[in-house]
Design a binder for this molecule. Structure first.
Ligand SMILES: [Zn+2]
Length: 300
């Protein structure tokens, strides 16, 4: 009887004793040091400081992807890279000039990757900067172009930074700058609500897809940008994710999951590694991405 009771107690204790694995999200920020339009009076350094403060307060690691050309186009913006490194976050390669990979640009694409490397080497020292994020997430329209770029990246020791969580954060930065400059507080408030709702839906969508495909949460890699509206919203965004049970992990931690093997080892793939592509491969029509076309017309 005592044995049975002990067994019963052990059984009852089981659910609580089993470690509850939080959903893991790796934060990545593209287009450092300068992304999109700024409202009048705001600066690149101000944007970076706000995002770094929010990351520090949430104890969240983040990876930044650099286009070196911006340090020439906007002198002084390189201070963003200094602040980013001083905060302990790594930098990776996003090509020198944000070049889109196409059949016509395949050779220039490789030159543009190499051109960005001295800056990364100087900023990162001995730390690991050989992570690559494709501009526009464009990995090439043909198998030949894709294979060539992947072989090039692999030969230079890169891993590909995947994207498995994306709510089109970039699309808000230009309308935000316009609405702020017009003093349209109601439009800004509407943008805020929509950004957070879209982020919440994006996570739900990715989770549903992942559970349908794998019966579990893969660690998600979130695509963000270093923009003025992102800076305004990041504290609320991180709080939202935390309220939904998210734990923030580094990009290498997230991509240690077997889901990401083809991007980490850079093996040949038919299309970019996403949950949507995996779903389509299995004949599942993925949920549509949120519509954003109207944002381009806002506050014109
Ligand atoms: Zn970019």
């Amino acid at each position: 009887m005592r044995l049975a009771l002990a067994a019963l107690a052990a059984l009852c204790a089981l659910p609580a004793a089993r470690p509850v694995r939080a959903q893991e999200v790796a934060l990545t920020f593209d287009d450092l040091p300068a992304h999109s339009a700024l409202p009048r009076g705001e600066t690149r350094v101000g944007v970076a400081r706000a995002i770094l403060k929010a990351l520090r307060e949430a104890k969240a690691p983040a990876f930044g992807f650099v286009n070196g050309v911006q340090t020439e186009r906007e002198p002084g913006s390189d201070q963003v890279l200094s602040l980013w490194r001083a905060a302990g976050h790594p930098l990776g390669n996003h090509t020198w000039s944000h070049l889109r990979l196409t059949a016509d640009s395949a050779e220039a694409f490789e030159t543009d990757i190499v051109r960005n490397e001295p800056l990364l080497e100087a900023r990162m020292g001995q730390a690991d900067w050989r992570w690559f994020r494709y501009p526009y997430l464009a990995e090439g329209e043909t198998p030949e172009v894709r294979a060539r770029a992947r072989a090039f990246l692999k030969a230079r020791g890169y891993r590909i930074a995947s994207v498995t969580l994306d709510f089109a954060d970039w699309a808000y930065n230009e309308p935000y700058a316009r609405c702020r400059d017009k003093g349209d507080a109601a439009a800004v408030a509407a943008l805020e609500a929509r950004y957070l709702a879209s982020a919440a839906e994006g996570l739900d969508r990715a989770r549903a897809q992942s559970h349908r495909l794998y019966g579990r949460d893969i660690p998600y890699v979130l695509l963000m940008h270093l923009g003025a509206f992102d800076a305004r919203m990041v504290p609320r965004l991180l709080a939202l994710y935390r309220s939904k049970g998210v734990r923030f992990v580094s990009l290498p931690e997230a991509q240690a999951d077997p889901f990401y093997r083809s991007d980490v080892e850079i093996t040949p793939t038919a299309e970019p590694l996403t949950l949507e592509a995996e779903a389509r491969r299995r004949g599942i029509e993925p949920a549509p991405a949120p519509a954003i076309a109207d944002l381009a017309e806002l506050c014109r």
